[in-house]
Ligand binder design. Sequence first.
Ligand code: ADP
Length: 305
Amino acid sequence: MPVIEVTNLHKRYGTTVAVDDVSFTVEEGEIFGILGPNGAGKTTTVECIEGLRRPDSGTVTVLGLDPTSDRGQLRQVVGAQLQESELPENITVAEAIDLYASFYPNPADPAELMAELGLTEKRDTRFEKLSGGQKQRLSIALALVGNPKIAVLDELTTGLDPQARRDTWQLVEKVRARGVTIVLVTHFMDEAERLCDRLALIDGGRVVAIDSPAGLIGRVASEQTLRFRPSSPLDESVLATLPDVTDVTRDGAHYIVTGTGNLPYTVVTTLAAHDVVAAELRMDQASLEDAFVALTGRALDVEAA
Ligand code: ADP
């Protein structure tokens, strides 16, 4: 049974339609991504899951509960990241974690949680003195302190430097390894591709597609390109006549082979049969970004209409 079920969700603010028919299910233990440009309706969707907003129509069920009418019960099992403005500037890391732990009947051990999130050294540091990455880690700690079954993480790595982003991704994987189901809201392709088991592409308040990252990429692009320099001269026709190959071109000393199926294997084994090694081998495959552009007709970094 899915842990979250969203069916035909609609939500408008005045005349703005924020969510215009969104349906998906989240299975236990997965990292489910909600990916789309700014203004696509991602946050509104998860706020309906958290019980912070009431849908205009459609239904949302979380662990069998209705987020609007069972909000008290749900808060015990769904961990949400806090917004920066929710914490006083002079509260320390340890104080904040203790405070949030006091809200739950069976909280995690604060010391263990701080250790796991790399916050032990910062336990007596005030919130205002934390770096962006440390604040983000604290906000994850506060989302986890109640030992939730589900964690909702919204725009987790916005504003972080590349190293802090990678650290945060590792952390999310650790959280999942503890058995927590994760809903991850993001507008970053690389983040979604790296972390999510499945994801819903959302654009203009609607679900464009739901699949694994590889599945989404596979839907729009089956072609791959291999580029290499053969270690000794090779007749192009040897490659051009292979079943998986659709095209062979030359760029100086380099060959560029386009094709489908298991192209790298086919090409490399054929080269080996001719005693040729592919030097400087590089493969280009479609990315999630390409999938998004193909499925929505525009780039992700463009604001939703
Ligand atoms: P996302 O999280 O994908 O950026 P949101 O759910 O925040 O999308 O917003 C979807 C649409 O609803 C946007 O057009 C946004 O401007 C609008 N919106 C979001 N929150 C409010 C609000 N509280 N009042 C009015 N409009 C809002």
